[in-house]
Design a protein. Sequence first.
Length: 369
Amino acid sequence: MKKSLLALLVSALALTSTAHAAEIYNKDGNKLDFYGKLKAMRYISDADTNASNNADKSYVRIGFKGQTQINDLMTGYGQWEYQYNLNNPESDSNVGNKKRLGFAGLKFGNYGSVDYGRNYGLIYDVEAITDMMPEFGATAYTSADVYMLTRTNGVATYRNSNFFGLVDGLDFALQYQGKNENASRSDSASNGDGMAASLSYKLIEGLSIKGAVSSSNRTFDQKDTAYGRGDKAEAWATGLKYDRDGIYLAANYAETRNMNPINGTAQVAGNDVAVSGYANKLQNIEVVAQYQFDFGLRPSLAYVQTKVKDIENGIGDADYYKFVDLGATYYFNKNMSAFVDYKINLLDDNNTLAKNTDDIVALGVTYQF
């Protein structure tokens, strides 16, 4: 295999886990691809404050993507994805397993596509450009099932590429999320009705700008807390990405209101105060730089900082996450890679919300198809 071809393959692999799905059926306008990933991984940390930071983190992830040609204009499609954790004994084999994606929809040529189910929220359209670290990407404010920050339930999504085929590089999306609240869901994983939108434009070859906004009703229990004011949970994010000739640079900035759960023990006037509620305001910045060498090596450098603002009861502002990420992935070919990712925690030992301050090294080998 030529070195330049290997660089192209692993660059595509770094950007999407389904770049090399196995085609299992393709006939008469019907196509079905099966994809998967086995990540054999260990976290290493010398701190005793959190046992999960020094433990096996292996898992296998599988899914399928299918489509069917209905007529000259209309195409049906669907995707499902599930993760099985491999770090539990057989007696607890279901612990931590999770349904990641499951949606179906219709595409109408240049008029766009509409789908419904468990899918990515549109704020992740921006977060995705910095979710590139070998292991610790998208670990600050974009938790799953927190409104439309990342994977979530009950979203109807409309997407349009190249603005109805009229403007190359101009993509937009609209999203509606129905209320998710019942006895089996925690308050932090519940939501009221909401809307979101995202926009992306390719400025020049390799350089694009992205933005996204969302606004949702909060549930009664979310509003009935000591921390977190307001009837609406809101978010916005914007970012820039440059991806060309092996160079990958990306940065984004995001803010949320009354959306992200905050928990911990804060020091106020020398006294411990239990904090359990939602951040009135959160600010997040992420920067990532990577380079793809022809022989398969992809080093990575990133910085992440998340602050929560205006916490009640005299607590004020506090750092929520703050770390430098040093990583590298070596791609043996399109299916096999090895990686190391070092999360250097920059939070002070006596940080306001008593957040974990462990440094963590992730080591692993990944097979995917």
